[in-house]
Design a protein around this ligand. Structure first.
Ligand code: HSE
Length: 440
């Protein structure tokens, strides 16, 4: 127990919202056990917050209304950035780095957009910037990929990495509820981002996937090269047709490496009902990672919420505390690889995947033959087909087709030709479909 009597590591927390208050509560409640793990105590010496949070008791701490007091405080060893946003947060983190402090953040947008710059600054200053809580909340996915899978070449990873989107899709499927109605509930429950378009348009998932792809493949963060599609256009009709064909629609982040390069994409995806990811419901997150040595692995847990996210923040504080006074050359590289590669990131048009198509056509003899001809002329093989009776008043027939894998550019060309058919009534709904290897 002697080690626990070493000098405490001094922590400053900036931001006292949901995650900030969760972090204070976890650090308070588990301080003795954390000190035993670390071999020395962690002590919160200052909190910077514009206002108090009724969910945590800060009476024992020095509280300042100016978060920069924490970044400038010479006694703080580790600054914990939990204010969110990217403008002030970036300035705050750079200030802390300049003053030689390690930084822990839960801010995925900050890392995805400015991580390359922040890590370079941290390297120069000889400090760490840690961000476990930024991806999949409480799931230790960064540590798993960066350290636990260090032996592997990562073949692919795929995950449900936005709890709000998963909650919405689950409720829409299970209870046939409207998109807007479920979104309101997710906001009230505190899952959604301050700007909920980040959740429903795939931006939050994109931030997380950019980070995962970077640590999986040792490439710089390249948010701008990532293909992003959200769930706001998913309809009850597509959820039901997918279900009839044995699939669920999930919003996935996917990174994969082939000889052509690295794929990075977030979009709604049909997955077989018996696959693991199809059975991840509500606000939960799950990430599958497949490595050449280990094969497919699965990480599941709460992707949001005060204490699950605090769990990841505090684990990072413990790691940063271990780095205090230890030589930087032995640290894990911020993006997993000390030497990064310049591997190409593929355009979405180069990506190969299977597809779900919903084609709305006039009830006319020969229309199905026209569609099949377009697909076969484009080298697209049909896996399954479902045709419904014509709508009694409009006479419009929905034809649902599942295809085998094809390059997206070829599919785009075929969809253009189908939409140009005289019998075509509406733009084709086109969703990607993946058969992920691990089944329950
Ligand atoms: N809005 C995010 C989500 C919170 O719903 O997953 C955690 O990043």
């Amino acid at each position: 127990m002697e080690a626990v009597n070493r000098e405490p590591i001094r922590v400053g927390i900036a931001g006292l919202g949901t995650v900030g208050s969760g972090t204070v509560n976890v650090l308070q409640r588990n301080s003795a056990e954390i000190a035993r793990r670390l071999g020395r105590p962690l002590e919160i010496i200052q909190i910077g917050a514009r206002r108090d949070n009724p969910h945590c008791d800060t009476q024992a701490y020095a509280v300042t209304r100016d978060i920069f007091d924490v970044a400038n405080n010479p006694d703080v060893d580790i600054l914990v950035e939990l204010i969110g946003g990217t403008t002030v947060a970036k300035e705050l983190v750079l200030t802390a780095i300049k003053h030689g402090k390690h930084v822990v953040t839960a801010n995925k947008a900050l890392i995805a957009e400015f991580g390359n710059e922040l890590f370079a600054a941290a390297d120069e200053a000889g400090v760490m910037v840690l961000y476990e809580a930024g991806v999949a909340g409480g799931i230790p996915i960064i540590k798993s990929v960066r350290e636990g899978l260090a032996a592997n070449q990562i073949d692919w990873l795929a995950g449900i990495i936005n709890g709000t989107g998963n909650f919405i899709l689950t409720e829409m499927e299970e209870k046939q509820r409207d998109f807007a109605d479920v979104l309101k509930e997710a906001q009230a429950l505190g899952y959604a981002e301050a700007d909920p378009t980040f959740d429903v348009e795939g931006i939050d998932a994109a931030h997380k996937l950019a980070i995962l792809a970077s640590i999986a493949y040792g490439i710089p963060l390249q948010l701008g090269r990532l293909y992003i599609e959200g769930i706001s256009k998913i309809t009850q009709a597509d959820i039901q047709y997918a279900s009839e064909l044995g699939y669920r629609i999930k919003h996935l982040g996917i990174a994969r490496r082939s000889s052509a390069g690295v794929e990075m994409r977030v979009h709604p995806t049909l997955v077989p009902k018996e696959s693991v990811l199809a059975n991840v419901n509500g606000v939960m997150n799950a990430v599958m990672v497949s490595g050449d040595a280990v094969g497919p692995t699965l990480y599941y847990g709460a992707g949001a919420g005060a204490e699950p996210t605090a769990s990841a923040v505090v684990a990072d504080i413990v790691d940063a505390a271990r780095a205090v006074g230890s030589p930087a050359e032995n640290w894990v590289a911020p993006l997993a690889f000390h030497v990064q590669s310049d591997e190409a990131v593929l355009d979405i048009e180069q990506v190969e995947t299977s597809y779900y198509l919903r084609i709305q056509v006039k009830e006319q003899t020969g229309v199905l033959a026209h569609i099949s001809k377009i697909l076969s002329d484009s080298g697209i093989s049909i896996d399954a087909i479902l045709q419904k009776e014509a709508h009694c008043t409009s006479g419009v027939v929905p034809i649902i087709i599942l295809t085998q894998k094809v390059e997206e550019a070829k599919m785009n060309h075929a969809v253009g030709q189908i939409e140009a058919l005289e019998e075509s009534c509406e733009p084709v709904v086109r969703l990607r479909l993946e058969h992920l290897d691990l089944e329950i």
